[in-house]
Design a protein around this ligand. Structure first.
Ligand code: HMG
Ligand code: MG
Length: 300
Protein backbone atom coordinates (compact mmCIF):
# COMPACT_ATOMS: atom_id res chain seq x y z
CA UNK A 1 0.00 0.00 0.00
CA UNK A 2 0.90 3.69 -0.14
CA UNK A 3 3.04 5.19 2.66
CA UNK A 4 1.51 7.59 5.20
CA UNK A 5 3.80 10.41 4.19
CA UNK A 6 6.21 11.41 1.43
CA UNK A 7 8.76 14.22 1.65
CA UNK A 8 8.70 16.71 -1.18
CA UNK A 9 12.07 18.27 -1.91
CA UNK A 10 11.20 21.55 -3.63
CA UNK A 11 13.66 22.67 -6.33
CA UNK A 12 11.76 25.46 -8.12
CA UNK A 13 13.81 28.33 -6.71
CA UNK A 14 17.04 26.65 -7.83
CA UNK A 15 16.44 24.24 -10.74
CA UNK A 16 13.54 26.35 -11.97
CA UNK A 17 15.03 29.80 -11.85
CA UNK A 18 18.54 28.78 -12.96
CA UNK A 19 17.05 28.08 -16.36
CA UNK A 20 15.20 31.35 -16.93
CA UNK A 21 16.49 33.38 -19.87
CA UNK A 22 16.14 36.59 -17.92
CA UNK A 23 17.48 37.05 -14.42
CA UNK A 24 14.62 37.12 -11.93
CA UNK A 25 15.04 40.00 -9.42
CA UNK A 26 16.26 38.88 -6.02
CA UNK A 27 13.16 40.29 -4.26
CA UNK A 28 10.94 38.13 -6.48
CA UNK A 29 13.02 35.06 -5.66
CA UNK A 30 12.78 35.81 -1.94
CA UNK A 31 9.01 36.26 -2.16
CA UNK A 32 8.74 32.98 -4.12
CA UNK A 33 10.58 31.12 -1.36
CA UNK A 34 8.48 32.76 1.38
CA UNK A 35 5.26 31.82 -0.40
CA UNK A 36 6.36 28.23 -0.92
CA UNK A 37 7.24 27.88 2.76
CA UNK A 38 3.91 29.43 3.74
CA UNK A 39 2.19 26.83 1.51
CA UNK A 40 3.65 24.11 3.73
CA UNK A 41 6.68 22.93 1.78
CA UNK A 42 9.24 21.90 4.37
CA UNK A 43 12.32 21.25 2.26
CA UNK A 44 13.09 24.08 -0.11
CA UNK A 45 16.34 24.23 -2.06
CA UNK A 46 17.24 27.91 -2.07
CA UNK A 47 19.94 28.55 -4.70
CA UNK A 48 23.41 27.55 -5.94
CA UNK A 49 26.82 28.87 -5.01
CA UNK A 50 28.31 28.19 -8.44
CA UNK A 51 30.39 30.30 -10.79
CA UNK A 52 28.35 33.39 -11.74
CA UNK A 53 29.93 33.20 -15.18
CA UNK A 54 28.43 29.71 -15.64
CA UNK A 55 25.01 30.46 -14.14
CA UNK A 56 24.36 34.23 -14.10
CA UNK A 57 20.73 33.56 -13.11
CA UNK A 58 21.90 32.60 -9.61
CA UNK A 59 24.72 35.13 -9.22
CA UNK A 60 22.64 36.73 -6.45
CA UNK A 61 22.84 33.63 -4.21
CA UNK A 62 24.44 35.43 -1.26
CA UNK A 63 22.02 38.35 -1.50
CA UNK A 64 19.05 35.96 -1.58
CA UNK A 65 20.18 33.99 1.46
CA UNK A 66 20.92 37.19 3.41
CA UNK A 67 17.61 38.76 2.54
CA UNK A 68 15.69 35.67 3.65
CA UNK A 69 17.56 35.53 6.96
CA UNK A 70 16.62 32.58 9.21
CA UNK A 71 14.10 31.36 6.63
CA UNK A 72 16.96 30.35 4.32
CA UNK A 73 18.92 28.45 6.96
CA UNK A 74 18.81 25.00 8.52
CA UNK A 75 18.80 21.35 7.48
CA UNK A 76 15.81 21.78 5.18
CA UNK A 77 17.22 24.65 3.14
CA UNK A 78 19.97 23.14 0.98
CA UNK A 79 22.07 25.02 -1.55
CA UNK A 80 24.21 23.62 -4.37
CA UNK A 81 28.00 23.85 -4.04
CA UNK A 82 30.32 22.33 -6.66
CA UNK A 83 33.65 23.14 -5.05
CA UNK A 84 35.32 24.59 -1.97
CA UNK A 85 34.83 28.14 -3.18
CA UNK A 86 31.08 27.52 -3.26
CA UNK A 87 31.19 25.89 0.16
CA UNK A 88 33.09 28.85 1.64
CA UNK A 89 30.54 31.29 0.25
CA UNK A 90 27.68 29.24 1.73
CA UNK A 91 29.33 28.72 5.13
CA UNK A 92 30.02 32.45 5.43
CA UNK A 93 26.25 32.97 5.44
CA UNK A 94 25.50 30.26 8.01
CA UNK A 95 24.12 27.66 5.59
CA UNK A 96 24.04 24.16 7.11
CA UNK A 97 22.79 22.00 4.27
CA UNK A 98 24.58 21.56 0.94
CA UNK A 99 24.33 19.51 -2.24
CA UNK A 100 27.13 18.43 -4.54
CA UNK A 101 26.16 17.44 -8.07
CA UNK A 102 27.98 14.90 -10.21
CA UNK A 103 27.42 13.43 -13.64
CA UNK A 104 27.04 9.81 -14.73
CA UNK A 105 28.32 10.71 -18.22
CA UNK A 106 31.50 12.27 -19.60
CA UNK A 107 29.76 14.77 -21.88
CA UNK A 108 27.68 16.28 -19.12
CA UNK A 109 30.61 16.29 -16.66
CA UNK A 110 32.47 18.37 -19.24
CA UNK A 111 29.58 20.69 -20.07
CA UNK A 112 28.21 21.20 -16.57
CA UNK A 113 31.37 21.06 -14.46
CA UNK A 114 34.26 21.51 -16.90
CA UNK A 115 35.49 18.18 -15.55
CA UNK A 116 35.49 14.43 -16.20
CA UNK A 117 33.57 11.68 -14.44
CA UNK A 118 36.77 10.73 -12.61
CA UNK A 119 37.99 14.26 -11.79
CA UNK A 120 34.62 15.39 -10.45
CA UNK A 121 35.20 13.20 -7.37
CA UNK A 122 38.48 15.02 -6.71
CA UNK A 123 36.54 18.30 -6.78
CA UNK A 124 33.78 17.02 -4.47
CA UNK A 125 36.00 15.15 -1.96
CA UNK A 126 37.20 18.15 0.10
CA UNK A 127 33.74 19.73 -0.08
CA UNK A 128 32.11 16.58 1.29
CA UNK A 129 34.77 16.06 3.94
CA UNK A 130 34.49 19.59 5.28
CA UNK A 131 30.70 19.45 5.13
CA UNK A 132 30.65 16.26 7.21
CA UNK A 133 33.32 17.53 9.65
CA UNK A 134 31.22 20.65 10.18
CA UNK A 135 28.06 18.60 10.79
CA UNK A 136 26.27 19.79 7.65
CA UNK A 137 23.55 17.79 5.91
CA UNK A 138 24.89 16.60 2.56
CA UNK A 139 23.00 15.62 -0.57
CA UNK A 140 24.66 14.14 -3.65
CA UNK A 141 22.94 14.54 -7.01
CA UNK A 142 23.82 12.37 -9.96
CA UNK A 143 22.72 13.69 -13.36
CA UNK A 144 21.97 11.79 -16.59
CA UNK A 145 20.91 8.66 -14.67
CA UNK A 146 18.43 7.58 -17.36
CA UNK A 147 19.81 8.95 -20.60
CA UNK A 148 22.03 11.69 -21.99
CA UNK A 149 21.24 13.99 -24.93
CA UNK A 150 24.69 13.51 -26.46
CA UNK A 151 25.50 9.92 -25.44
CA UNK A 152 22.02 8.39 -25.65
CA UNK A 153 21.37 5.42 -23.38
CA UNK A 154 23.42 5.33 -20.21
CA UNK A 155 24.07 1.81 -18.87
CA UNK A 156 22.53 1.18 -15.44
CA UNK A 157 25.85 -0.20 -14.14
CA UNK A 158 27.72 2.95 -15.18
CA UNK A 159 25.15 5.06 -13.31
CA UNK A 160 25.21 2.80 -10.25
CA UNK A 161 29.03 2.99 -10.06
CA UNK A 162 28.94 6.80 -10.05
CA UNK A 163 26.14 6.73 -7.45
CA UNK A 164 28.22 4.43 -5.22
CA UNK A 165 31.20 6.78 -5.39
CA UNK A 166 29.06 9.86 -4.69
CA UNK A 167 27.45 8.10 -1.73
CA UNK A 168 30.88 7.01 -0.45
CA UNK A 169 31.76 10.69 -0.07
CA UNK A 170 29.47 10.65 2.96
CA UNK A 171 26.23 11.91 1.48
CA UNK A 172 23.14 11.67 3.64
CA UNK A 173 20.99 11.46 0.55
CA UNK A 174 21.47 10.52 -3.09
CA UNK A 175 19.22 12.17 -5.71
CA UNK A 176 18.86 10.34 -9.02
CA UNK A 177 18.57 12.95 -11.76
CA UNK A 178 16.64 12.31 -14.96
CA UNK A 179 18.02 15.54 -16.34
CA UNK A 180 16.29 15.31 -19.74
CA UNK A 181 13.12 13.52 -18.69
CA UNK A 182 13.49 10.29 -20.68
CA UNK A 183 13.02 7.78 -17.85
CA UNK A 184 10.14 5.31 -17.77
CA UNK A 185 8.88 3.32 -14.75
CA UNK A 186 10.59 0.04 -15.69
CA UNK A 187 13.92 1.84 -15.96
CA UNK A 188 13.40 3.30 -12.48
CA UNK A 189 13.00 -0.21 -11.09
CA UNK A 190 16.14 -1.48 -12.82
CA UNK A 191 18.26 1.37 -11.47
CA UNK A 192 16.95 1.00 -7.91
CA UNK A 193 17.77 -2.72 -8.12
CA UNK A 194 21.33 -1.99 -9.25
CA UNK A 195 21.74 0.48 -6.37
CA UNK A 196 20.39 -2.03 -3.89
CA UNK A 197 22.96 -4.54 -5.18
CA UNK A 198 25.65 -1.95 -4.36
CA UNK A 199 24.38 -1.53 -0.83
CA UNK A 200 22.61 1.81 -1.28
CA UNK A 201 19.43 1.61 0.77
CA UNK A 202 16.21 2.98 -0.70
CA UNK A 203 15.62 5.20 2.33
CA UNK A 204 18.70 7.25 1.37
CA UNK A 205 17.50 7.75 -2.18
CA UNK A 206 15.54 10.65 -3.68
CA UNK A 207 14.36 10.85 -7.28
CA UNK A 208 14.52 13.92 -9.51
CA UNK A 209 12.49 13.70 -12.69
CA UNK A 210 12.15 16.29 -15.40
CA UNK A 211 8.87 16.05 -17.28
CA UNK A 212 10.00 16.35 -20.90
CA UNK A 213 8.19 13.17 -21.99
CA UNK A 214 5.33 13.47 -19.50
CA UNK A 215 6.59 10.52 -17.45
CA UNK A 216 7.76 12.30 -14.31
CA UNK A 217 4.69 11.56 -12.19
CA UNK A 218 4.49 7.92 -13.28
CA UNK A 219 8.19 7.50 -12.51
CA UNK A 220 7.84 9.14 -9.11
CA UNK A 221 4.90 6.94 -8.12
CA UNK A 222 6.84 3.86 -9.21
CA UNK A 223 9.79 4.97 -7.05
CA UNK A 224 7.43 5.41 -4.09
CA UNK A 225 5.96 1.96 -4.70
CA UNK A 226 9.52 0.61 -4.53
CA UNK A 227 10.27 2.35 -1.22
CA UNK A 228 11.62 5.81 -2.08
CA UNK A 229 10.26 8.47 0.29
CA UNK A 230 11.72 11.74 -1.02
CA UNK A 231 10.56 13.15 -4.34
CA UNK A 232 12.07 16.24 -6.01
CA UNK A 233 9.60 18.58 -7.69
CA UNK A 234 9.33 22.23 -8.68
CA UNK A 235 6.40 24.53 -8.04
CA UNK A 236 4.50 25.13 -11.26
CA UNK A 237 6.85 22.79 -13.14
CA UNK A 238 9.52 25.46 -13.54
CA UNK A 239 12.90 24.34 -14.62
CA UNK A 240 15.40 22.72 -16.88
CA UNK A 241 19.14 22.84 -17.00
CA UNK A 242 21.19 25.48 -18.82
CA UNK A 243 23.84 22.94 -19.77
CA UNK A 244 21.62 20.12 -21.05
CA UNK A 245 19.75 20.56 -24.31
CA UNK A 246 16.22 19.10 -24.31
CA UNK A 247 15.81 19.46 -20.56
CA UNK A 248 12.44 20.97 -19.70
CA UNK A 249 10.90 21.64 -16.32
CA UNK A 250 10.85 19.35 -13.34
CA UNK A 251 7.85 17.37 -12.22
CA UNK A 252 5.38 20.04 -11.08
CA UNK A 253 4.94 19.97 -7.31
CA UNK A 254 1.20 20.53 -7.73
CA UNK A 255 0.86 17.46 -10.00
CA UNK A 256 2.67 15.37 -7.39
CA UNK A 257 0.64 16.74 -4.48
CA UNK A 258 -2.66 16.12 -6.31
CA UNK A 259 -1.70 12.48 -6.90
CA UNK A 260 -0.37 11.89 -3.38
CA UNK A 261 -3.31 13.48 -1.58
CA UNK A 262 -5.63 11.41 -3.77
CA UNK A 263 -3.80 8.31 -2.56
CA UNK A 264 -4.16 9.39 1.06
CA UNK A 265 -0.45 10.26 1.39
CA UNK A 266 0.37 13.29 3.54
CA UNK A 267 2.72 15.97 2.24
CA UNK A 268 2.02 18.91 4.54
CA UNK A 269 1.29 21.06 1.48
CA UNK A 270 -1.72 23.36 1.15
CA UNK A 271 -2.43 22.77 -2.55
CA UNK A 272 -4.54 25.91 -2.99
CA UNK A 273 -1.82 28.11 -1.55
CA UNK A 274 0.81 26.45 -3.72
CA UNK A 275 -1.25 26.89 -6.89
CA UNK A 276 -1.71 30.57 -6.01
CA UNK A 277 2.07 30.84 -5.60
CA UNK A 278 2.71 29.32 -9.03
CA UNK A 279 0.11 31.56 -10.65
CA UNK A 280 1.80 34.57 -9.04
CA UNK A 281 5.21 33.33 -10.23
CA UNK A 282 3.95 32.76 -13.77
CA UNK A 283 2.78 36.39 -13.79
CA UNK A 284 6.28 37.47 -12.75
CA UNK A 285 7.79 35.38 -15.56
CA UNK A 286 5.21 36.42 -18.12
CA UNK A 287 4.13 32.94 -19.18
CA UNK A 288 1.73 30.30 -17.89
CA UNK A 289 2.76 27.32 -15.79
CA UNK A 290 3.00 24.06 -17.75
CA UNK A 291 1.47 22.17 -14.82
CA UNK A 292 -1.88 20.53 -15.63
CA UNK A 293 -2.98 20.79 -12.00
CA UNK A 294 -2.10 24.49 -11.81
CA UNK A 295 -4.11 25.07 -15.01
CA UNK A 296 -7.08 23.04 -13.76
CA UNK A 297 -7.25 24.55 -10.29
CA UNK A 298 -6.59 28.14 -11.31
CA UNK A 299 -9.01 28.10 -14.24
CA UNK A 300 -6.24 29.44 -16.49
P1 HMG B 1 35.71 26.34 -14.18
O1 HMG B 1 35.55 27.46 -15.14
O2 HMG B 1 36.48 25.15 -14.60
O3 HMG B 1 36.23 26.83 -12.75
O4 HMG B 1 34.25 25.89 -13.75
P2 HMG B 1 37.48 27.63 -12.28
O5 HMG B 1 37.88 27.06 -10.97
O6 HMG B 1 38.49 27.71 -13.39
O7 HMG B 1 36.84 29.08 -12.02
C1 HMG B 1 36.36 29.91 -13.05
C2 HMG B 1 35.85 31.21 -12.44
O8 HMG B 1 34.70 30.95 -11.64
C3 HMG B 1 36.83 31.86 -11.51
O9 HMG B 1 36.56 33.25 -11.55
C4 HMG B 1 36.45 31.32 -10.15
O10 HMG B 1 36.83 32.13 -9.09
C5 HMG B 1 34.96 31.30 -10.28
P3 HMG B 1 37.49 34.27 -12.34
O11 HMG B 1 38.84 34.14 -11.66
O12 HMG B 1 37.53 33.78 -13.76
O13 HMG B 1 36.80 35.57 -12.15
N1 HMG B 1 34.32 30.28 -9.42
C6 HMG B 1 33.32 30.53 -8.57
N2 HMG B 1 32.68 31.67 -8.24
C7 HMG B 1 31.71 31.58 -7.33
N3 HMG B 1 31.33 30.42 -6.74
C8 HMG B 1 31.95 29.27 -7.04
C9 HMG B 1 32.99 29.31 -7.99
N4 HMG B 1 33.79 28.37 -8.52
C10 HMG B 1 34.60 28.97 -9.38
N5 HMG B 1 31.56 28.13 -6.47
C11 HMG B 1 32.74 25.13 -12.04
C12 HMG B 1 34.02 24.86 -12.82
C13 HMG B 1 32.38 23.85 -11.34
C14 HMG B 1 32.99 26.23 -11.05
C15 HMG B 1 31.64 25.56 -13.06
O14 HMG B 1 31.58 24.60 -14.07
C16 HMG B 1 30.29 25.70 -12.43
O15 HMG B 1 30.04 26.61 -11.64
N6 HMG B 1 29.34 24.81 -12.79
C17 HMG B 1 27.99 24.82 -12.24
C18 HMG B 1 26.98 24.59 -13.32
C19 HMG B 1 25.60 24.51 -12.73
O16 HMG B 1 25.31 25.13 -11.73
N7 HMG B 1 24.71 23.73 -13.37
C20 HMG B 1 23.35 23.57 -12.94
C21 HMG B 1 23.22 22.73 -11.71
S1 HMG B 1 23.27 20.98 -12.06
C22 HMG B 1 21.64 20.59 -12.50
O17 HMG B 1 20.84 21.46 -12.73
C23 HMG B 1 21.22 19.14 -12.50
C24 HMG B 1 20.33 18.77 -11.30
O18 HMG B 1 19.14 19.54 -11.31
C25 HMG B 1 19.98 17.27 -11.35
C26 HMG B 1 19.46 16.82 -12.73
O19 HMG B 1 18.43 17.35 -13.19
O20 HMG B 1 20.11 15.93 -13.28
C27 HMG B 1 21.06 19.02 -9.98
MG1 MG C 1 17.38 19.08 -12.47
Amino acid sequence: GAPDRVTIYEVGARDGLQNEKSVVPVEVKAEFVRRMLAAGLETVEITSFVSPRWVPQLADAAELVSSLGELALGTHRPVLVPNEKGLDRALDLGVSSVAIFGSATETFAARNLNSTVLDQFTMFEPVAKRAKDDGLWLRAYVSMCFGDPWEGDVPVDQVADVCRRMTDLGADQLSLGDTIGVATPGHVGRLLEALDARGIATDRIAVHFHDTYGQALANSLEAIRLGVRTIDASAGGLGGCPYAKSATGNLATEDLVWALHGMGVETGVDLGALVATSVWMSEQLGRPSPSRVVKALSGE
